[in-house]
Ligand binder design. Structure first.
Ligand code: DPP
Ligand code: ZN
Length: 876
């Protein structure tokens, strides 16, 4: 396929300052009339044709300034409409009629029907499946949208902006008109029509304007939208307080739909959400669900300024809105919850999703330079690493200057479609700093590695760090330039406090941050009174891998005493990881997995340390995931050996800490009526980690059975179910619990997803057969993305020993599933296929099986652009 290249960007010859749309909705035959006000740019000749994008469209009618267009003067295909003869004046009107069958649209892009509700998804290029258009983010238009529908079928009619008028029509039809005064790109267009219930509230902005808020859900689910509404109001207030951003329309609407390719979509004034990220109550949602809802409601709301008011010039700039908005939602969650705990979770996510991407065949810069299918660039690199880059800007500039740069960005670019260069320039202007080298974080792929050696000269009272950076090659970028890496640090003294020093040479050091800019720095700290332990990359100030040879004793010291909570966790996590790598090597060599007794003693101390918040203790006691260990090993991976080593460590810890764990578990029990707040969630998280250990140590399901049967929240019930299903697969207790759960929630698809997930993530070689069987379950559906992701997606991405079964059956299964989903939904299929990305790091036998499965997909004649792109890059 053809690749789009950043350097080929050019402005469009024509603009569309205004348009009017009329939708006459019918599941099989919807008519869309689009009246475009076209404006020719200055200097463009009148004979330059107007070429509009389409995707699978059929032109029903075309008029220019109300008159018919000759056959010879235009050409309409499914993918484009070219008009060669145009009026000489610079403004004219083009009217287009297209006909759609939304009920047949299973790709869930453009206009489709989800559970009887008409809805749209236009980002990135879905608008062209509705009408011919200049479907590119730098064409900004004001929209006036009239929706006509049968009142019975769709009493609710919504689009972007403010409501203008509504009324009855003949034959039981009715209509509503919406007007959005803010010029926007077509990817932010939305329409919803159906029979839904509203949960309403009101928000008064900082300047005293009232905004009507509504969340629309299926009838009977109103109570489950309360938490989302609360999160919305908190987000609106927070954006005023932290970024000075005020909401700008009279209404803000959110609609929850059950068939959705993404998490949610920030359409102007009308956010459309995957219902998974709206609906929650204690009976049906885990603490992770509540936290995700809070974060995603905030994320989409924050897009109103970072994405909508200021949008992207082209899709290469996707991180301009996504990285920045993720950064904003991270900050929001950190303010609402515990900052250290939030940071640890962010880093775990980054390492689990972005690092393997950056280190594999799909690596790309945060701001890519080429793509074949933009849908495949909604990645962890664009989102999560993009957020890390913004975070580094703040670290380098400091909070106040960062805010000044953001203010300047909003002031300079409101109403524009801009680039990363425009964004960075605002921070250069605000700070007076040259960020040219720093900006490589946007332009260069790959995770930088920083190696550090330390030494202390007691006589000279000098502490030295020898620091060296390197960036590994990535596809199409063999040679890398040196980066500006802000490395936050502390020199931890014997009492756990940071030690003072008189002076430093060898690098710029400012406010606890070493600025690495060269390949190699020798950083000398003068006047250091005793040998410190270096605590480096505090708070994960830069998204790098750090190789620091350190005595285990020192690392354990940091794990116990570092005054930076993130670094304490990081030290312990590193100790666990090193022990697990070691153990898996031994297991693979037929030996037993032995662990150092000092390390085994520490978890009991953490569990019982009431000076640490429960959520932190839960994270500290969570062992690195099998995939984390695999990533650290890097090559020739045997997932079975890793699984056995991890299991052995869990058992060893559990036995060592048995009494303490049981006591803390008991003491934390019964904290009164359910509340989703961070503190209560933390207690539950700690209890549930302890439950896992207790079951592993005793080999007895009794405590998990008890929790499963008496749980008063989904958080506790789902945790117990997963202990039973994963640690006692096939046993009576597991079978009973799975059956009870299925029975209790058979009418709630979102909760049954948890039941699919628990089974799909059961470790071991039998799970692939179970997953195949579950695809026949009446609640499963190949056309619903949430079902597909819960069963097939989690199996492939989160079940190391199951997916990587040594005979390749997991890979064959995934290839079959990907091809089946691809027939109707290429975007979701391509996303599933990403699970193959680390295939080259496996041991030879599995590598060969994975390659065969990939080659089989690639060998299909009729592949979508989405899937072909992923598979070919993965194999390259
Ligand atoms: N809706 C997706 C998001 O907010 C894509 N813009 O990240
Ligand atoms: Zn976003």
């Amino acid at each position: 396929g053809q690749a789009f290249r950043l350097e080929d960007y050019r402005q469009s010859d024509y603009l569309i300052p205004e348009l009017e749309m009329i939708f006459r909705l019918d599941p099989e035959k919807t008519l869309v009339t689009t009246k475009l006000l076209i404006e020719r740019r200055d200097g463009v000749a009148a004979d330059v044709p107007l070429v509009l994008d389409g995707d699978g469209l059929k032109l029903e009618k075309l008029l220019i300034d109300g008159g018919a267009v000759e056959h010879n003067d235009h050409e309409a295909t499914a993918d484009s409409l070219t008009i060669t003869r145009l009026p000489r004046q610079s403004r004219f009107e083009v009217t287009i009629v297209t006909r759609l069958a939304p009920a047949q649209n299973k790709a869930l892009m453009g206009l489709y029907v989800s559970n009887g509700v008409y809805c749209t998804q236009c980002e990135a290029e879905g608008f062209r499946r509705i009408s011919y258009f200049l479907d590119r983010p730098d064409v900004l238009s004001t929209y006036r949208v009239r929706i006509e529908a049968r009142e019975k079928e769709a009493p609710l009619l919504l689009s972007n902006g403010n409501p203008a008028e509504s009324g009855a029509l003949e034959d039981g039809w009715h209509y509503a008109v919406w007007h959005d005064p803010f010029p926007k790109p077509s990817y932010l267009f939305a329409l919803v029509a159906g029979d839904l219930s509203a949960v309403r509230d009101r928000f008064v902005t900082m300047s005293g304007r009232g905004v009507d808020l509504a969340i629309y859900v299926e009838h009977g689910k109103e109570a489950r939208a309360a938490y989302a509404m609360d999160a919305l109001k908190r987000s609106m207030r927070w954006d005023e307080e932290r970024f000075g951003r005020e909401y700008d329309l009279d209404v803000f609407n959110i609609v929850a739909v059950s068939d959705f390719n993404m998490g949610a979509m920030e359409n102007k004034g009308l956010n459309v959400f995957n219902d998974k990220y709206v609906l929650a109550d204690p009976e049906t949602a885990t603490d992770a669900d509540f936290a995700n809802i809070e974060a995603i409601i905030a994320h989409e709301y924050f897009h109103n300024w970072t994405g909508n008011r200021i949008t992207c010039r082209d899709w290469f700039q996707l991180c301009l809105k996504e990285g920045l908005t993720v950064y904003r939602d991270h900050e929001f969650s950190a303010d609402q919850r515990s900052r250290a705990v939030k940071r640890i979770s962010e880093v775990r996510t980054l390492r689990a999703h972005q690092f393997p991407e950056d280190q594999g065949p799909l690596a790309h810069p945060v701001r890519p330079r080429r793509y074949r299918e933009i849908n495949n660039f909604y990645t962890a690199t664009v989102y999560e690493k993009g957020s890390e880059v913004v975070r580094m800007i703040r670290t380098i500039l400091g909070a106040d200057t960062f805010r000044a740069g953001m203010d300047l960005y909003f002031e300079r670019h409101d109403g524009q479609a801009v680039t990363i260069e425009d964004f960075v320039a605002c921070f250069e202007k605000a700070s007076g700093k040259d960020l040219t080298q720093f900006a490589l974080w946007y332009h260069q792929a790959g995770t930088p590695n920083v190696t550090v050696a330390t030494s202390y000269d007691a006589r000279a009272r000098e502490y030295t760090l020898e620091v060296e950076q390197s960036v590994p090659p990535t596809p199409s970028e063999a040679r890398k330039r040196l980066m500006h890496i802000p490395l936050a640090f502390g020199l931890v003294g014997p009492d756990g406090q940071d030690m003072a020093y008189d002076g430093v040479e060898g690098a710029e050091v400012e406010d606890g941050v070493i600025h690495l800019r060269k390949r190699r720095h020798i950083v000398r700290f003068k006047g250091v009174q005793a040998r410190p332990v270096a605590s480096l990359n505090r708070g994960f100030s830069a998204p790098i891998t750090l190789s620091l040879v350190m005595r285990q004793k020192d690392r354990l010291f940091l794990a116990c005493h570092d005054n930076d909570l993130f670094s304490r966790w990081e030290a312990l996590n590193t100790l666990f990881t090193e022990a697990l790598i070691d153990a898996s090597t031994r297991v693979r060599g037929g030996k037993s997995a032995d662990f150092d007794t000092t390390l085994l003693g520490y978890p009991a101390e953490i569990a019982a340390d009431e000076g640490l918040e429960a959520a932190y203790r839960a994270l500290a006691l969570t062992l690195p995931a099998e995939a984390d260990i695999a990533r650290e090993i890097g090559s020739n991976i045997d997932p079975d050996a890793i699984g056995r080593a991890r299991e052995a460590l869990r058992k060893a810890i559990a036995r060592e800490a048995q009494e303490t764990f049981a006591r803390v578990y008991r003491d934390l029990g019964d904290d009164g009526p359910f509340s989703p707040d961070a503190k209560s969630a933390g207690r539950r998280a700690l209890r549930n980690v302890l439950l896992e250990y207790m079951a592993a140590g005793s080999g007895d399901p009794a405590s998990a059975v008890r929790q499963f049967e008496t749980a008063s929240s989904m958080a506790d019930r789902a945790a117990a179910l997963s202990v039973l299903a994963h640690q006692f697969p096939g046993g009576d207790a597991a079978r009973a619990a799975l059956a009870a759960f299925e029975e209790r929630y058979r009418d709630n698809p979102l909760v049954l997803d948890k039941w699919f997930i628990v089974q799909a993530t059961t470790p071991g070689g039998k799970t692939v057969d179970l997953v195949r069987e579950l695809m026949e379950h009446p609640a499963f559906s190949l056309t619903n993305p949430n079902r597909v992701r819960s069963l097939i997606g989690t199996f492939a991405s989160s079940n190391q020993t199951g997916f990587h079964r040594s005979d390749g059956e997991g890979y064959r299964f995934l290839a079959d599933a990907v091809l089946a989903v691809e027939k109707h939904n290429p975007q979701v299929a391509a996303r599933l296929a990403v699970a193959f990305r680390s295939w080259r790091s496996l041991e030879k036998g599995r590598q060969e099986e994975a390659r065969k499965a990939l080659a089989r997909i690639a060998g299909e004649k009729e592949l979508s652009r989405d899937l072909r792109d992923i598979v070919e890059r993965t194999l390259a």
